[in-house]
Design a protein around this ligand. Structure first.
Ligand code: UD1
Length: 422
């Protein structure tokens, strides 16, 4: 299993390009299931989760053509879902990537049937899919859960008014996609407002859907008979952007990130400015200049536009070496502090009480061998390794490969001393 070796203590400097967003690309690829005509996506990031999703779509019957792009331009992927002969998402794939649940809505809408494995427990919490099931049931799908699989059937879904019990990103996306081919109007209330939901709605409308209100908490979808092909560019990855901004901040660096925008990162940029960093936003780029030492900043995660849970771990790492004490409250996932024990092994001073972490900044971290436990937890260990004195080895970096394209190359381009050990 690959490891990442980092010799810390180098301030990151220079310019790198940000990739297309994983969390936008995953639902977008599933949207291609809704039409018989080919759909083309550009700026698809080169990530393990994308490979897993494409394998799943192929098993379902989708023809996949993937063309490698240059550098951060990402891949161009064309999907032809004219024949869907096997509407099944098996456990082997769903267990490695929970977002596989995103095939459920489009498959039942277009093929009239879907069998998708329940994701089961994952490292950051129970993460049930009850809201996806509740919404599809309201649209008239017959759903049973047997032998660990959700089995959904419907001749044609019908419009419904759906109020989700909590804000769910993939839940909103699944229901929005399903409703596109239903009869009449579907209204999703308490919808997720994440930019990735808006990106999906834009693509669906380019395919002939009638979706309005995406980006607000009420989304309306007028069902249509059929969707058609389209070409869509995947939006930039706001979490990758935020992660490199944190890495630059923690190391006292000065970086410019291109192909991205601060438009989707207000909560994160606000907090980085509170740490003492200077941030300049351009139309398609962001520059961050960090002071020698950061101020601690407290955060509380919540659905967009509040502070994203996917940036919580990275902020724990920067607070570990800031002046003062930060209080970090995680309100989305119940078990998302696993990086804390690894950061403590690097010398951080962190106390956990339920969903709250108290992080007291220390003068410096020391390198050690640590283990990645999930995607964003791994990113926080990378940031800590970049500031730590001496050498840090991060084990199980397959988690990073799920969500950060060319992480070692991008960090090297910014001057970091990193090596991938096979
Ligand atoms: C998405 C993101 C993930 C991010 C998360 C929260 C993708 C592919 N992944 O995950 O990176 O961390 O949003 O911003 O976009 N819940 C239920 N029942 C449901 C659905 C959700 O109880 O049916 C709960 C979850 O357990 C969690 C909360 O709702 O506590 C939010 O989860 P959700 O927004 O659904 O996360 P994902 O869409 O899986």
């Amino acid at each position: 299993m690959d490891k990442l070796q980092i010799s810390g203590g180098v301030a990151l400097r220079g310019e790198i390009a940000i990739s297309g967003a994983k969390n936008a690309a995953l639902p977008l690829l599933c949207a291609a299931l809704l039409t018989r005509e080919p759909v083309t996506f550009t700026h698809v990031p080169h990530l393990n989760d994308i490979g897993t999703m494409l394998r799943l779509l192929e098993q379902i019957g989708v023809k996949v053509a993937r063309e490698a792009g240059k550098d951060a331009a990402g891949d161009t992927v064309t999907l032809d879902a004219s024949a869907l002969d096997n509407p099944l998402a098996p456990y082997e794939l769903v267990k490695t990537m929970r977002a596989a649940i995103l095939v459920l809505g489009p498959l039942v809408a277009r093929a009239g049937e879907a069998k998708v494995s329940l994701p089961g427990g994952c490292a950051i919490g129970a993460r049930p899919v009850d809201q996806h099931i509740k919404g599809l049931t309201a649209m008239g799908a017959e759903i049973s859960v047997e032998h660990g699989y959700v089995h959904a059937q419907a001749t044609r879904l019908k419009g419904a008014r759906i109020f989700t019990d909590m804000v769910t990103v993939t839940g909103t996306e699944n229901l929005m996609m399903a409703a596109c081919l239903g009869t009449g109007e579907t209204i999703i209330e308490n919808a997720a407002r994440e930019p990735e939901v808006v990106d999906l709605a834009t693509c669906l409308n380019a395919m002939g859907a009638r979706v309005s209100g995406a980006g607000s908490d009420v989304i309306r979808i007028q069902g249509v008979e059929a969707l058609h092909g389209a070409t869509h560019r995947v939006m930039p990855d706001r979490i990758e952007t935020g992660t490199y901004l944190c890495a630059a901040a923690a190391t006292g660096g000065d970086v410019r990130l291109t192909g991205t925008s601060s438009a989707y990162l207000d909560a994160v940029i606000d907090k980085l400015m509170d740490t003492g960093c200077e941030i300049t936003s351009e139309r398609d780029a962001i520059r961050l200049k960090a002071p020698a030492r950061l101020n601690a900043v407290s955060i509380r995660t919540a659905p967009y536009p509040a502070f994203p849970t996917d940036m919580q771990a990275q902020f724990m790492a920067i607070n570990a070496v800031a002046d003062g004490t930060a209080v970090i409250r995680e309100t989305i996932f119940e078990n998302r502090f696993m990086h804390a024990v690894e950061l403590i092994r690097l010398g951080a001073d962190i106390k956990i009480d339920g969903n709250t972490a108290f992080v007291k900044g220390v003068a410096e971290l020391q390198g050690a061998t640590v283990m990645a436990t999930d995607l964003r937890a791994s990113a926080s260990l990378v940031i800590a390794g970049l500031v730590a004195q001496g050498e840090t080895v991060i084990e199980r970096i397959y988690h990073l490969d799920r969500g950060y394209e060319a992480l070692d190359q991008k960090l090297s381009a910014l001057g970091a001393r990193v090596a991938r050990l096979k």
